[in-house]
Design a binder for this molecule. Structure first.
Ligand SMILES: [Zn+2]
Length: 309
């Protein structure tokens, strides 16, 4: 049960938390918040993001803090940069109403080891892929991390991958639950839904890296190649996939080498560019050095991911 007499009763409810403040907490070992323990009080919370003018503080107060002013210092982050205020404002508008479980995501990161820069995040992905390729994957303890992950998530990378059953990002990068935020669709192209998902990952969860992950022998790209090259027609909703990939095939048509391989690579490049430019939330984060979008191709033959951007 909550120790209500010690709960801070100010109306401010945490909405988002910056990666810097997450990192500070991770480094200091701070864990002073008591999370909601009763499911009875589940419901919609009105989220109020307190954003003050430049050079003043943005305060994200945890609703279940068990101490008062000393913790407010930790829950406060001095964010003078104007562009990040825009980012926070956009997130506030986008996620003005949060469920309790969503609000809990704003507290101390459940996986402190996931609080990384985008350079560190990419390095960790590639190290995991090395282990996967070499058959030296780490054992994953799903039980002990379950309580922390039930309260929130702070994935260190977003993956835009193909739906192909042979390309499982968690396997390919040897990561566990709560580590990567994955959107998958045949042909690994960005659409409004995946862009919105990644906006959430970046603005609310603090994810510092998005990797567009294509793969060799991709059937979706191959369908687009056949449509462009041979005029092949497809039934059902498959033409929607083909149309989304068609620009990559056209861009690859004049390149030397295998058209399918080139189109797969071009599809990754175009979608990296799209994610970098399609959304102010993402592009502002990139400009501030808080986010990077990279591209890679997974080899079905070796399991190796090769970066292409
Ligand atoms: Zn595919």
């Amino acid at each position: 049960m909550l120790r209500r007499s010690r709960v801070v009763r100010q109306p401010e409810i945490p909405l988002i938390e910056t990666r810097n403040s997450q990192r500070n907490k991770a480094q200091s070992g701070f864990n002073g918040c008591e999370r909601p323990r009763s499911s009875r009080s589940e419901g919609i919370w009105l989220a109020i993001c307190v954003i003050k003018p430049k050079h003043q503080r943005i305060i994200f107060r945890a609703p279940m803090c068990t101490q008062r002013d000393d913790h407010l210092a930790i829950h406060s982050t001095n964010l003078a940069r104007r562009s990040f205020l825009r980012l926070a404002s956009a997130a506030a508008l986008s996620f003005g109403f949060l469920t309790r479980s969503q609000a809990a995501e704003s507290n101390a990161p459940p996986k402190p080891q996931n609080v990384l820069s985008h350079e560190e995040a990419l390095e960790r992905l590639m190290e995991g892929n090395d282990r996967y390729v070499e058959g030296k994957v780490k054992p994953h303890d799903y039980i002990s991390e379950r309580p922390a992950l039930a309260l929130g998530q702070n994935p260190f990378a977003g993956i835009l991958g193909c739906a192909d059953s042979r390309v499982g990002p968690e396997y390919a990068f040897d990561v566990g639950r709560g580590d990567i935020f994955v959107c998958r669709v045949a042909g690994n192209f960005a659409d409004d839904y995946s862009i919105g998902s990644f906006e959430y990952a970046v603005a609310v969860l603090g994810t510092p890296l998005i990797l567009v992950l294509g793969h060799s022998k991709c059937g979706a790209v191959d369908a687009a190649v056949k449509a462009v090259k041979d005029g092949k027609e497809f039934s059902g909703h498959i033409p929607l996939l083909v149309d989304a990939i068609r620009p990559a095939v056209k861009a690859a048509q004049d390149q030397a080498g295998d058209l399918l391989d080139n189109a797969i690579k071009q599809n990754v490049i175009l979608n990296v560019e799209k994610l970098k430019t399609a959304s102010p939330i993402l592009s502002d984060a990139i400009q501030e050095g808080e986010l990077n979008v990279a591209g890679g191709i997974y080899s079905l033959d070796t399991g190796r991911v090769t970066l292409v951007t």
